[in-house]
Structures are given as structure tokens and as C-alpha cells.
Ligand binder design. Sequence first.
Ligand code: PBG
Length: 323
Amino acid sequence: MLRRPRRNRQSSAIRAMVEETSLSVNDFIYPMFVMDGKNLTSEVSSMPGIYRYSIDKLLEEIAVIQDLGIRSIDLFPLLSEDKKDKIASESYRKGNFYLEAIHQIKSKFPEIAIMTDVALDPYSSDGHDGYVDENGNILNDETLHILAKMAVAQAEAGADIVGPSDMMDGRVGFIRQALDAKGFTNVSIMSYSAKYASAFYGPFRDALDSAPKFGDKKTYQMNPANSREALIEAELDFSEGADFLMVKPALAYLDIIKLLNDNFDIPIAAYNVSGEYAMIKAAAQNGWLDGTRTMVESLTSIKRAGAKIILTYFAKEYASLVK
Ligand code: PBG
């Protein structure tokens, strides 16, 4: 045999030398949940190790993760039911606790990159990402105005990157124009370009109490069976000015990550979502899988597929592991 691939696997030094994909804490964005109140921390029951924090506790936690080398976070709000309405008006009300959290993080940790979520669902009495009419239809163009107000309010509070996760048509261009009109030409857009109608978001909706009150999200989120459609979504977002294209979820959509990475020259991100985290945690807690190795293997596969950036609830655990 002239070709013996095992020769390149024979020692740790050689394996490391030929390793094609390596993870860095720089690749990660850590999703975090914030809630109103003081001195509050509550664990998300379906996501062991992940907590919702009031602003004071969130700031303490950011100091911890910054020490571990994490430099970027994505913030999501948990709202009480009485703050929700059909037009998600709380989302752009000046001084709401979410905007206040962004402001305080920016003043205390100016080096942390803050990404925000732009979609109606945590603020919507219907639990949908868009505006819902009397007949239960999600209205696209009406929603764009709300998204733009939300994005501008987040930029004013100090967001570095806004993340439209709503899947309305035309939202990236609409938000870009609204930001530019207010002088926020330096605020980036990370578009959830190929966001699928996935069962893997369950634990996130528990965390934020944001599940749809009726129906599902299939008229705006993509069909998991489709990949060519992801190219259309990505082309639109690219042409409308997105700075990053995201695929979500990650693990069941590695082909989509590769597809976008092969076709676009802006950074590709992937969201390793709540259900992907919960599956590994549950199996590890039962002793059915080695949690640490499964985490590293999963994150590596997402990077290998072509994601430069990974939004992952594992960011803190991974950063602690390599520290
Ligand atoms: C909401 C939003 C969702 C997630 C991020 N932004 C849920 C949804 O679309 O229902 C999911 C994240 C996760 O599961 O970790 N627009």
C-alpha cells in the first residue's frame, strides 16, 4: 500500500498539524436572556446552565464571561404578559428594560459587541414575529414599520449589530434605510437569512414565554425540506445590505451553511439553537453521551460546514474548557 491515511493520524502532534478546522472563542456569540426586576436569576428548565437575569445580575455575568474571553453577546428579553400587545409597542418604548440593559452593558463594557433581536414575538400578545390581523394573517409590510422602529431604538441604546429574526420579506433593506436615516450607518445587520420553521426552538420559547398563541410560523419561516429557497433569501438579504448571513438552526442544516458559504463572500453565521443545546445536555445528564466531547464535535462540525460565526449557548462552557 502506497497510500496509508493512518500515517497522518499517528500522534497527537501530527493530528494537530493536519487539523483543518479549529474553534476560537472569537467565533462565538453568546445568547443571553434579560428580564425586568432586581437581583433575579432563574434557570431555564429545559436549558440547564442557562439563566434569565435581571439587569444587575446580567452585568455581573457579563464580567464573568468577558474574563473567559467572550467578546460578543446576543440579548433577548422576557416580558410579562401585561406588557405585550398586538403591535409590540413595548419593543420601541424609550427606556424599557431591554433598551436599558443594552445601554448599561455598553457603558460598563464598551468592548463587548452587543447584538439584538429584531422580531415582534417576545412583545406580541399573539406570540408571532409579525403583526397579526383580525383574520389571523401575519401582515408583512405593516410589520416592517414596527421592526424598523425597534431596530432604531436598539441602535440608539447602543446595539452594535441588529439581528432581524422575523423572516418578513424586505426587512433588511427597510431596516438598513431606517438606521441610515437616523445616522446609524455603522450599526451592522446580521440577518437570519435562512431561518427554518423548526421544532428545535422549543426551549427558547419556554425561556421567553414566547410561543405563538395560535397556529405556527410556517407562513414566514422556511420549510425544512427546502435548500434552493435559502439561496433566494440569502440573495435578497445580501442585496438589501446585510453584513452577515445567518442559518438557523445549525446542526440539522449544515448543508445550508455550506451552500451559503460557497455562494456569498460575507461572513456566514449559524445559530446552534436552544433545542440543539437541550438535546446534548439531556443526554449528558443521563450519562448517555459525553457532554463535553459532544459539544466540541458539534461546534466543530458547524465551523467545518462553513460558519465563521456561531451563536451558541455553549459559548461559556467552551470558553471555560479552553481557558
Ligand atoms: C424569535 C427568535 C427565536 C429564536 C431566536 N429568535 C424563536 C422563534 O423563531 O420562534 C430561537 C433561538 C433558539 O431556539 O435558541 N424571533
